[in-house]
Design a protein around this ligand. Structure first.
Ligand code: GLY
Length: 333
């Protein structure tokens, strides 16, 4: 049933998944083809495959999936299950939101980034002419099922991208969780040891979204580091996760510069990120960063809203004057 609640199901074994899926409805699975090759057998239902890439995240693919659903005689009571990374869950959730004016659906994210971020929150959509997420809706899935066992086969570079988003969410709301997660990541870890922090970050995001589904307040906090990250991604096409790690470091330095965060806290975050192996240095010059950020959609008149860190575990939204930002940026990178 569609509603405002953001429901997460955690599961530790792939064999458990089938027990958690709806029994009373006909299920059709929309699955990333790479994921299907390894994990398809855990989803014993008809499959529609998608090739996940930003280029494929388009209305053409949505129409293609809808056609296949019609071929399979999917009706309004059919339950769609999306299995894959953030692109797949976005495409499938959007299709489910408009097929016969909306059918029930659930998401099974298989990357770290999608388990802690992309598959939680209900924003789903597709790109148009190279512009990201221009067409979309906010519609919550019946549940998002998080099973860290999928990460066993995920490349290390993808894990790192997800770690940046995971740590970001802990920095927003959970000082103890952040400190414990950072010390685990610095010393080396197993998936079993990482699992509680994945669940914790996912639960924090779910809680924030539930309290502010349409982003009028607290949900904006989830953009910590993202104004910098989007500028970096746009300028040089860095991966989102890598750009977010750098964005968090720049946001923490800006927070110190504006007298909001103690210098030592920013040093702690930066040293942690370096030891964890996350990127911390901006690959673009301050003047390029500035000219890109000036055009950010969070600009309003003479200022841009930034999420700044007061302390690890507490962040707030601050408008920063453009002139002040330009001056500060030269000291940040
Ligand atoms: N789909 C991600 C979000 O709603 O934030």
């Amino acid at each position: 049933m569609v509603g405002n609640s953001v429901k997460l199901l955690n599961c530790n074994s792939l064999d458990e998944i089938s027990h958690l899926l709806p029994k009373e409805k006909r299920v059709i699975v929309i699955i990333d083809s790479n994921v299907k090759a390894i994990y398809g057998k855990y989803f014993p239902f008809p499959h529609i495959e998608v090739n996940a890439s930003e280029k494929e995240k388009s209305l053409f693919v949505v129409a293609d999936i809808a056609r296949k659903l019609m071929d399979l005689e999917a009706d309004r009571d059919t339950f769609l299950l999306a299995v894959g990374g953030g692109i797949t869950t976005d495409i499938a959730a959007f299709t489910a939101s408009i097929y016969f004016r909306g059918v029930d659906f659930a998401l099974v994210p298989t990357t770290l980034l999608s388990q802690v971020d992309a598959a939680i929150g209900g924003k789903n959509g597709v790109n148009l002419d190279g512009y990201k997420n221009v067409l979309g809706v906010i519609r919550q899935p019946s549940f998002t099922l998080i099973c860290p066992q999928f990460l066993k086969t995920l490349p290390q570079s993808d894990i790192k991208g997800g770690l940046a988003e995971m740590l970001k969410t802990l920095i927003l709301k959970d000082r103890e969780g952040y400190c414990k997660a950072a010390s685990l990541l610095k010393r080396g870890y197993t998936l079993e040891e990482l699992s509680p922090y994945i669940s914790r970050a996912a639960a924090i995001k779910a809680q924030i979204v539930e309290s502010d589904q349409f982003e009028n307040g607290d949900r904006k906090l989830l953009n910590l580091g993202h104004t910098f990250a989007h500028a970096i991604e746009k300028e040089i096409g860095t991966s989102h996760g890598e750009a977010v790690a750098i964005g968090i470091i720049l946001a923490s330095r800006l927070s110190v510069k504006l007298g909001i965060l103690a210098h030592q806290e920013a040093v702690t975050i930066e040293e942690d990120f370096i030891k964890i192996g996350l990127e911390t240095k901006s690959p673009i010059k301050p003047e390029h960063l500035f000219s890109s950020m000036k055009r950010d959609k969070k600009r309003s008149g003479d200022s841009i809203s930034f999420i700044l860190i007061e302390r690890i575990g507490k962040c707030t939204i601050h408008p920063v004057q453009i002139a002040r930002l330009e001056e500060a940026l030269y000291d940040l990178s």
